[in-house]
Design a protein around this ligand. Structure first.
Ligand code: MG
Length: 353
């Protein structure tokens, strides 16, 4: 018997090893929202980082989580689908908060079942792709330094959308023979994307992520004429976006914060497979809390980008470690997360109220 699910949440700062820059801005310290859900003597954890591009602040996520506190107090992870459904119905416009709650509910349910989450889903976590390491935009010498400092990773994702994208890739190629992916984060025109695709392919790039802004009708032409597969990221935020990617993209990059967590991500993966789309799951610059949840999905994926915690100067949790692209799972149930500072007080609130 359960006496309900107890909600606590907290704000943490994640200092980055290097200032991280993409086509639309830079960040040195990432704020993150951590949810802890308790049921009986078990606790589950989830995470969503703040994101000004998507209007997501700590205050907004904390307020959203507070809206479901009363219904969680009457819920149980014994019926996970029903509880996830209640949270989703109460927070239709709050995918980031939903993501943190969804991860924590999954973690809690698997812990209460005494299993790792992937195993609880029936997945073999020894299977699946290795992760890329992401290199943010910087001067070319600094990007080269970041690459050589991460020389043990098997694949690199290079952020582009600058005025010298080909020079960047040519220079990085001089220092490794491992595969590259590139992510323009909406920074190209259709003509640029098509023109760059052939030389990038010749430089050992395997995938172009999000060349154009979402909704750009020229994406269908890029899809037809690109020498490389194109993946949707900003164009495929939520479950309802997957169908529209067929005929415009070869694959999708799912972000748990944008779609609302693990349950919607699994539905998106299934739908993408039906449509013949390849599937990648990507991370934000986030802690081991979020990465440990994401890592449970890897057996379902073609590609994975889960280097988020590897970009941090200091982490806030132990759990799944991603080293040189490979995940190492701790001998724990659920997602395996424990906060380094210990469990949150049950009265903890991220917005300090
Ligand atoms: Mg991306």
């Amino acid at each position: 018997m359960s006496s309900g699910i107890v909600l606590a949440h907290a704000r943490f700062e994640l200092p980055l090893r290097h200032v991280f820059t993409i086509a639309r801005g830079s960040v040195a310290v990432q704020e993150t929202f951590i949810v802890q859900l308790g049921e009986g003597d078990q606790r589950g954890y989830g995470e969503a980082t703040t994101n000004p591009f998507y209007g997501q602040s700590i205050a907004r996520m904390a307020a959203a989580a507070e809206r479901v506190r009363p219904s969680l107090a009457e819920a149980t992870t014994d019926d996970l689908d029903a509880t996830l459904g209640r949270v989703a119905a109460a927070l239709p416009d709050e995918p980031f908060a939903r993501c943190a709650l969804d991860m924590a509910l999954h973690d809690l349910a698997a812990r209460r079942a005494g299993q790792g989450l992937a195993a609880w889903w029936g997945l073999d976590r020894s299977r699946g792709p290795v992760s890329n390491f992401t290199i943010g935009i910087d001067t070319i010498p600094v990007m080269r330094e970041k690459l050589t400092a991460a020389s043990d990773w098997p694949i690199y994702k290079i952020k582009l959308g600058t005025s010298d994208d080909l020079d960047i890739v040519r220079e990085l190629r001089r220092h490794t023979d491992r595969p590259f992916r590139v992510d323009a984060n909406c920074g190209w025109s259709a003509d640029q994307a098509i023109a760059l695709s052939r030389p990038l392919a010749d430089l050992g790039v395997e995938v172009i992520e999000q060349p154009l802004p979402p909704g750009d009708p020229a994406m269908a032409e890029v899809f037809r004429r690109s020498a490389l597969p194109v993946f949707a990221d900003e164009s495929c935020a939520a479950e309802g976006d997957v169908d529209g990617c067929a005929g415009r993209f070869h694959g999708i990059n799912i972000k748990l914060v944008k779609c609302g967590g693990l349950a919607p991500a699994r539905r998106m993966i299934a739908r993408a497979r039906d449509l013949g789309l390849a599937v990648m799951v990507g991370c934000m610059t986030e802690s081991t809390v979020g990465i440990s949840a994401l890592a449970q999905l890897v057996p379902l994926l073609d590609h994975v980008d889960m280097d988020g915690a590897a970009l941090l100067a200091t982490d806030i949790a132990s759990g799944v470690r991603v080293v040189a692209g490979r995940a190492t799972f701790p001998d724990r149930t659920g997602t395996g997360v424990e906060l380094l500072g210990g469990a949150l007080s049950t009265t903890s609130r991220a917005d300090g109220t």
